[in-house]
Design a protein around this ligand. Sequence first.
Ligand SMILES: [Zn+2]
Length: 134
Amino acid sequence: MLEHPPLRLKSRAPIWQTEINNETTECLWKRRWSQTETRNQDLIKEPSIKVPGWDFKRAQWTTLNRIRTGQGRCNYLLHKWGMVDSPLCECGEIQNITHIVETCPFTKFEDGLVKLHECGPAAAKWLEELVVQL
Ligand SMILES: [Zn+2]
């Protein structure tokens, strides 16, 4: 019988303590996805297949994923990071990603986030014409 060294750091997860089971990677991924709380998680029903828009141009793809994750160069986050003086949008509301996509009179995508995620022709056009650089 192999004797493993004692654990010195609680933060480490040595391979001899990793649970081994016969679950496929796909099943493991699905299970972890369903157990994790992620912003806009409802957009992705099947985590093992490519999300729509993966064949967009890089700039559109990047912007789309920043919108999906709620992490982009909006004034709310730039202000939080000390990079701009105000978190406000030019319309006067706090400019976060949700505001840009769903409520801003200057930028909103009329069909909403779910339709944007689905990447129809209107979504592709909106992403290409978006004036805010996320
Ligand atoms: Zn606005």
